[in-house]
Design a protein around this ligand. Structure first.
Ligand code: SF4
Length: 189
């Protein structure tokens, strides 16, 4: 059983890859992340993944297209609040993963986003299934969150680059801009 695994970065791939392999899938990675800003960060994550995959002997399709304008056009049109932008961001990446799987003759898709405790897990599950069905492939769901810490620890041990924010310019602001950090904390209370 082949599976095209949408891959956001190397650190999240460590545990995810293994988890799907243990379920019996022949895993192919697919790096497609037009949300990542700026380009230097995009490039750093992409090259870290490429190097790690080569070292492990994993097959990864690296989509080098940096479609920042397309991404921003869709996200900025609605609002920059995470509640609105993240679903669009997921959709862009999952849709393309499903299209690529179809084009490559792979029947199953999934995403490393399922490992993150910071993502909207149930939404990913529901959206993944809808998108896969629309494209004639199968979304393979797994709750990978219990492996998040382990994956990050492994990445640290392997000295892999680990990013400080989710990816988009808004998340970079929320991570580093003092006022935005304060607001985000208040929202969580
Ligand atoms: S916070 Fe992360 S998931 Fe949400 S829009 Fe930004 S990059 Fe995408």
């Amino acid at each position: 059983m082949d599976l095209l695994l949408h891959t956001c970065c190397a650190p999240c791939s460590l545990f995810s890859w293994q988890a799907f392999q243990e379920k019996g899938y022949n895993v192919y990675g697919y790096f497609f992340n037009p949300n990542i800003h700026p380009y230097k960060e995009f490039s750093k994550r992409m090259e870290t993944l490429r190097a790690w995959a080569a070292q492990e002997g994993h097959k990864v399709f690296i989509d080098e297209r940096y479609l920042l304008e397309d991404y921003l056009q869709q996200v900025a049109a609605v609002a920059c609040a995470a509640e609105k932008r993240c679903p669009i961001c997921y959709r862009i990446r999952l849709e393309e993963t499903a299209r690529q799987a179809r084009a490559k003759g792979l029947k199953n898709i999934s995403t490393t986003l399922l490992i993150s405790p910071y993502q909207k897990h149930e939404l990913l599950r529901k959206m993944g299934a809808e998108i896969a069905q629309a494209h004639g492939v199968q979304f393979v769901y797994a709750d990978l969150r219990p492996g998040f810490r382990e994956s990050m620890n492994q990445a640290r041990e392997k000295n892999l680059y680990r990013q400080g924010y989710c990816g988009c310019i808004y998340s970079e602001k929320e991570r580093y801009h003092p006022e935005s950090r304060k607001l985000a904390k208040q929202k969580k209370r």
